[in-house]
Each structure stands twice: as C-alpha cells, then as structure tokens.
Design a protein. Structure first.
Length: 529
C-alpha cells in the first residue's frame, strides 16, 4: 500500500518523511490499510514558508474573499457527506447516524457558513474611529495559523475543517492543519475538498495545507517559527503545555483547550424533588459518546443525606444496565485506565465498573467512583484527575461549608452546573456556591447537563486554566472565536485613501458596525462627528 500524500504549497505531493503510520478501526480492533507519513523537519519548514508567502499575498484582502472560500468549502463537504461519514465511522467507531451524518457534519458546515457571514460583514474586527484625534483602529489577520485537531470530533474540531480552522480563515489567515493520527483518512478527504474550494475561489498556494504527523520535537519547533502568527490546539494537557512553552518562548499566541472535568453540583432540594430525573439526565450525559466529550460531567458534588445515598445507587444501577460504548483508540483506553487508577490511588472508591472491555472493540466498563468531602479536600489535585471516557466521580460533602470548600478547591473548567429546587428551597445555598463556581468555569449552567455546546455567538467554550490556556477567549461561537487569530492595527493620522476600507469615512457595506466617537453605528462618518 502506497503512502498517502501531504498537501503543501498548493499541491498534493509525496512526503519526504521516511516513517509511516496507519489508523485503526477501534470497533474491530484492526489496522486500516492506508499508510500516512510522518513529515520531516525540512517538509515542515517548507510548509511554514509557503503559508508565510500566502499570508503576504492576502494582505489587505476584503472579508468577502474569505467568505467565498468558506461557503464553497461548506458546499463541497455537504456534497461529499457519504464518503466523509463512511471513513470517519471506520476510523473512530462513532455512529454514522445520527452522530456523524445528522449532527456533527451539519454542525461543521454550519460553523463554516457562520464564519463566512462574519467575514463578509466584518463587524468582528471592531473598527474604532476617534474623529477628534484622527486615530483609527481595527483587528486584522496576524499570519499563518497552525491548527492541531483532537481525536474526539473528526469533523467539527478537525484541524482543516473545524471551528479553529473556520475562525482563522475568517480572520484572513492561511492555515496549516496538523491532522490527528486517529482519523487521518477523514482529514485527508476534507483537505481534498478544502484545496478544491481554494482553487475555485482563487486562493493562493499555501493557503490551506495538511501534514498528518511530526515528531514531538518538530511539532514544538514548528509553532516557534517566526512566521507563525498563532496556534490553535485541542488535546491532552501534557502535549498542549509542550506546545505552549515553545510558543511562549517566541511570543506566539497559543489558544489551547486542554482538560476539564466539568463539575455538577446537585443541591439537596433538587434531589428531593426530582432525583430520578436528574439521575437519568446525568447517565445520558456521562455515557454519551462513551464519555469522550470535553464537556463530559466527570465530577458530581452532593450534600450527604438519604437522598444522596439513593442517588448514588440509582446512577450506579443505570451505569451497570447501560451498554458499554467503544472508545476512540487503544491509546484512549490506556489513558482512561490510568486516570481511573490515579483516582483510586488518591482514595476514591469503586462503585461499579473499573475493568477493561465490556463493549464492542476497544472499550472500558461504565465506571462510577465515589469519595467523601474530606478525602477530596485532602488531595484535591489528584481527585481532579481527568479520566477521559465513560466515568465520573461522586463527592459527598458533609455540610454546606464543606460543599463550598470543594467548589473553592476546583481547578479551571470549561463548564460548571448547579441543579437546584424549582422553587426557593435551595436559593440560599445556590447564592453561596454560584459566585465561587462562576470564577472557575467558562460556562455556568443551571438544571441541565453540560455536554451540548451550541454554536452560538453567546457561547463560551473556554475557561480558566487548565481548561484552556487563556480564560478570555472561546473556541466556539462566531464572531468571538475569530478574534483569537487577529492583531490590533492602529492608524494615526493616516491619509484617508490609505486606510483599510473598514476605517474610511464611508461604511464599506452598510452593515458593518463601527465604534465612532464612542457610539456603535452603521452610518458613515460625517464632518462634525
């Protein structure tokens, strides 16, 4: 079997790398036949140089150009949905329907189209005009963006099609996609469509590029190249921090989604009112996708009572009765087992599960652990170990003060949830816990599980470290996610004909929102403003 090519500088070409790898079908536990290259440093350097040339060619291009590419690309992905779904299902064992075909792929093309609309409108760039001083500023592209895609979303977070990719392009940047080794074939098919869309919309060579794998040292070296504008990464905390360290040394912005256990506080009034409904909500959320979501509820905090004991037993029974799903890879299985072992070593008690197997292919039994508040507070860092998969840890606090102390001991997370009584029974406890939890999560939820991440302008899919590398930005939602991949351009006394269109007196499209002398407006700038 020949080795699949890489996409570099506008062409599919044979890789210079001498090492190869293959993806596996985790449902069948068999290797797939296609071989993919591990790119050498020389090849990576060519890729970065090509992206830098593309960035120079695109300087000053209007958002319309990038919108046309994104829309063309989305259309091509929709037209090739069957082939994409088939290979993604083989490489990940995720259900073809509804997960891939009916949910994730439409979400992916929807993100591309939302990014296109934001690029065309331009308001994301926050044009600001001070007529008294004739100083004008806006956000503009910052150069080539490297996007590292994760294993758990082969479409929606893919390095060459997901949210980071869409946001980087909408900001006017070329993208170097570093594919994930779990689904290289899916990424290659998407890259074929991306390159075709780039050709149809007359984008420069090097605008979109794909390499499948590098050595760890070459990956760190790549993000530290002077020509690189920014990095988008979704994956493990360990690998992400290596990338961040390399990027920080040269001042390159690195936007990282790392780890999150997404605590859920179930207050006593809620348990007494609707315990079985919450147990069902939790079980569905925790086991969905075999727990392989970054917003999986991996920690539940309860106040000790007869209801808390019954709740724990109810969830344990549901875990035992539920089918065991397939994990994404043998590597995920190993890391998951290691995470469970670390929690047990820290003092957690196994309620159910805790064994490899039980499902189709690569799998691990649905696992529920528990501990008390004192044990958690005695080893808070170890007790917050992320076990990425179909498991959760229940922590039972002795009193409201201990529940509050647990909230105070939490690391940063993507989400935090509080279930409370529908009337006022839990309000006083809620009012104490919510402000503490608010500071430790990007998204605060009430009375629903956190696994759904809507692609909304109001969404925050981010949070304090270690959930992400920066608490002020989101990886989901236009236009906020676009601003990560931009720099602030300021023009002081620049002659009118030399200004970018967004900063000239005339509004370039009539829909662009601009801050003119402290007022948001779509009007032209007129004398005397």
């Amino acid at each position: 079997m020949s080795t699949q090519p890489v996409l570099i500088d506008g062409e599919w070409q044979t890789s210079a790398g001498t090492e190869t790898f293959a993806a596996s079908n985790p449902g069948l536990e068999t290797d797939l036949p296609e071989q993919y290259p591990v790119s050498s440093w020389d090849e990576v350097a060519v890729c970065v140089a090509a992206a830098a040339r593309a960035s120079q060619q695109m300087r000053g291009w209007p958002g319309q150009r990038f919108a046309e590419f994104l829309e063309c690309y989305a259309e091509r992905l929709d037209q090739n949905a069957d082939a994409l779904v088939a290979i993604a299902a083989a490489e990940t064992a995720l259900p073809a329907a509804p997960r891939l075909k009916d949910v994730e792929l439409p979400r992916t093309t929807g993100q591309l189209r939302q990014a296109a609309a934001a690029a065309r409108d331009g308001s994301w760039s926050e044009p600001t005009i001070d007529t008294a001083t004739n100083i004008r500023s806006m956000l503009g592209p910052l150069g080539p963006v490297i996007v590292f895609g994760p294993n758990n979303f082969p479409f929606a977070f893919n390095g060459i099609a997901g949210g980071d990719f869409a946001a980087a392009v909408a900001a006017g940047n070329p993208v170097i996609a570093k594919g994930h080794s779990s689904h290289p074939g899916t990424t290659r098919l998407m890259a074929v469509e991306a390159q075709a869309a780039a050709g149809e919309t007359d984008m420069p060579a090097g605008f979109v590029q794909l390499i499948y794998r590098t050595s760890h040292s070459d990956g760190a070296r790549m993000v530290a190249q002077p020509a690189v504008g920014a990095v988008g990464y979704t994956g493990s905390r360990q690998a992400g921090l290596v990338i961040k360290e390399a990027a920080d040394r040269v001042g390159t912005p690195a936007y990282l989604e790392l780890s999150s256990i997404n605590p859920v506080f179930v207050l006593p009034g809620a348990l007494s009112e609707r315990m079985e409904a919450i147990a069902e909500d939790f079980t569905t959320s925790c086991l969905m996708g075999t727990g392989q979501f970054c917003t999986n509820p991996g920690l539940v905090v309860l106040l000790r009572s007869d209801h808390s004991d019954a709740f724990l037993k109810s969830v344990a029974t549901r875990f035992q009765d539920a089918p065991v799903g397939t994990l994404l890879s043998a590597g995920v299985q190993r890391n998951f087992a290691d995470g469970i072992a670390q929690l047990l070593e820290a003092g957690a008690v196994l309620e159910t599960g805790g064994q490899t197997g039980g499902g189709r292919g690569v799998s691990y039994s649905n696992t529920l652990l528990s501990t008390d508040g004192s044990a958690f507070l005695g080893a808070p860092e170890q007790m917050q170990t992320e076990a990425f998969g179909n498991s959760s840890l229940f922590v039972v606090a002795e009193d409201p003060e201990q529940m509050l102390a647990i909230a105070d001991a939490l690391e940063g997370n993507l989400t935090g949830t509080i279930y409370s009584h529908t009337a006022e029974a839990d309000d006083s406890l809620y009012d104490r816990i919510a402000p503490v939890l608010r500071e430790r999560v990007g998204r605060l939820l009430n009375d629903k599980m956190p696994t759904g991440v809507a692609v909304s302008a109001a969404m925050n899919h981010g949070g304090p470290f270690p959930a992400t590398g920066h608490p002020g930005f989101t990886a989901v939602g236009m236009p906020s996610s676009i601003r990560r991949f931009s720099s602030l351009w300021c023009y002081d006394g620049v002659r009118p004909h030399r200004l970018p269109a967004a900063l000239k007196d005339q509004n370039p499209n009539g829909t662009l929102w601009r801050n003119v002398d402290g007022n948001l407006t779509q009007a032209d700038v007129t004398a005397g403003c």
